[in-house]
Write a protein that binds this ligand. Structure first.
Ligand code: HEM
Length: 396
């Protein structure tokens, strides 16, 4: 009979802020699929093995539709129009297709220079205020925020409040009341933005989409999805990536010695950290999987983080090794919902992380590592709440 996991762990092991919780690694050791009970009491499955996670993501018998999620004992509302992360084909393509051309490798490479400018401005401000900083507030949050706001055409003066609210949505920290307030505020904001782009199109993704057959409501959903998916993920990769490199000085030294390693280092950090830790899918029919039958209507939890630490796929998976071939990792998912913004995220990480270590050669944590405050494990996106760093003034 399969291994059983009754509840998902709420904390990571002390001293191992980058590793999946012990219970998840333990589940993987028992096999790639475990019986699992959703927090709402519904029976489900937990998939921790790389091959099985990937096969579910490529299998149209598994749905991303929100209203099919069988995790609580009341029915969830369907995704809002335009919220394509939570839809299946053919609705999904209707939203994703008009966006793809805006997010190609080529298009995103063109943004490199702008990312360099924004990064340099953040580093200048840090240097001026230094020799210490909270890396989350001064570096990790503003870089992706400025870039995505430009991409969407969010006016500069509205970016601050906008960014704080979207982050409140993702951090897993605010109360339910705060969450609803933040969600409402962001939704209203995006509605105003769409109306403004319809009236006066500018050169950005949302304006371009006003040429498609999507309704205003759908455009709002698309805008909201881009923001919710693109801001907090990249910010946490930047802050947690810095933390991980500072905790692995030999890896950091190797990256410094050979800037050509930056691309590989970014892929490895994506694999190792997997900040978007897990997603769910629901079986549309009975499916045989890893020797078990997933009954129609049952929701499975896919642990991307544990899959990316699968010893059958990656040798010494718990080791951060920026020289390894991490290609094929699941940090951006796989299949039809594979991250639309992955090339943008890569550009930001490849530019910003080396620039940070270049500007501050003596960058180090300003607190003992165990005092760095982590997000709770139940947050959708993993990360640090703040990352106090310091450097030597004369060296910068
Ligand atoms: C989807 C991770 C950055 C936009 C996804 C998925 C993952 C992911 C795992 C798939 C979810 C699933 O399987 O259901 C990440 C990570 C990022 C990042 C780790 C940063 C390092 C971005 C950025 C953008 C973005 C910068 C946009 C500008 C999206 C969108 C989807 C998505 C729109 C939904 C795609 C679909 O349903 O077809 N992302 N993402 N992401 N991501 Fe990202």
């Amino acid at each position: 009979s399969p291994h059983t996991v009754t509840t998902l762990p709420t904390t990571r092991q002390p001293g191992c802020p980058f590793d999946p919780p012990a219970e998840l690694l333990d589940a993987r050791r028992h096999g790639p699929i475990s019986r699992y009970t959703h927090p709402g009491g519904r029976p489900g499955w937990l998939i921790t093995g790389y091959d099985l996670v990937r096969s579910v993501l490529a299998d149209p018998r598994f749905s991303s539709r929100k209203e099919l999620m069988n995790v609580v004992d009341f029915e969830l509302p369907p995704a809002s129009p335009g919220e394509f992360l939570l839809t299946d084909e053919p609705q999904h393509s209707r939203y994703r297709k008009p966006l793809v051309g805006r997010f190609t490798v080529r298009r995103m490479r063109l943004l490199t220079e702008r990312v360099e400018q924004v990064t340099a401005a953040c580093l200048d401000a840090m240097e001026e205020a230094g020799p210490s900083a909270d890396l989350v507030a001064s570096f990790a949050r503003p870089i992706p925020a400025v870039i995505i706001c430009e991409l969407l055409g969010v006016p500069y003066e509205e970016r601050d409040s906008f960014q704080r609210q979207t982050e409140a949505l993702m951090s897993g920290e605010p109360t339910e009341e705060e969450l609803i307030a933040a969600y409402t505020a962001v939704q209203e904001y995006v509605a105003r933005l769409v109306a403004a782009k319809r009236a006066h199109p500018t050169d950005d993704v949302l304006s371009e989409l006003t040429d498609s057959d999507l309704t205003d409501e759908e455009l709002q959903g698309v805008g909201l999805t881009l923001l919710a998916a693109g801001l907090d993920t990249t910010a946490n990769m930047l802050s947690l990536g810095t933390f991980a490199l500072l905790r692995n000085p030999a890896q950091l030294a190797a990256l410094r010695a050979d800037p050509a390693l930056a691309d590989r280092a970014v892929e490895e950090l994506l694999r190792y950290l997997t900040v978007a830790k897990s997603f769910m899918r629901t079986a549309l029919e009975d499916v045989e999987l890893g020797g078990q039958t997933i009954e129609a209507g049952t929701t499975v939890v896919l642990s991307y983080h544990t899959a990316n630490r699968d010893p059958e796929r990656f040798a010494d998976p718990q080791v951060l090794d920026i020289g390894r071939q991490s290609v094929g990792h699941l940090a951006f998912g796989h299949g039809i919902h594979q991250c639309l913004g992955q090339q943008l995220a890569r550009v930001e990480l490849r530019v910003a992380l080396p620039a940070l270590f270049d500007r501050f050669p003596a960058l180090r944590l300003a607190v003992p590592p165990e005092e760095v405050e982590l997000r709770p494990e139940f947050a959708d996106i993993f990360g640090v709440k703040s990352l106090p760093v310091t450097w030597d003034e004369e060296e910068s």
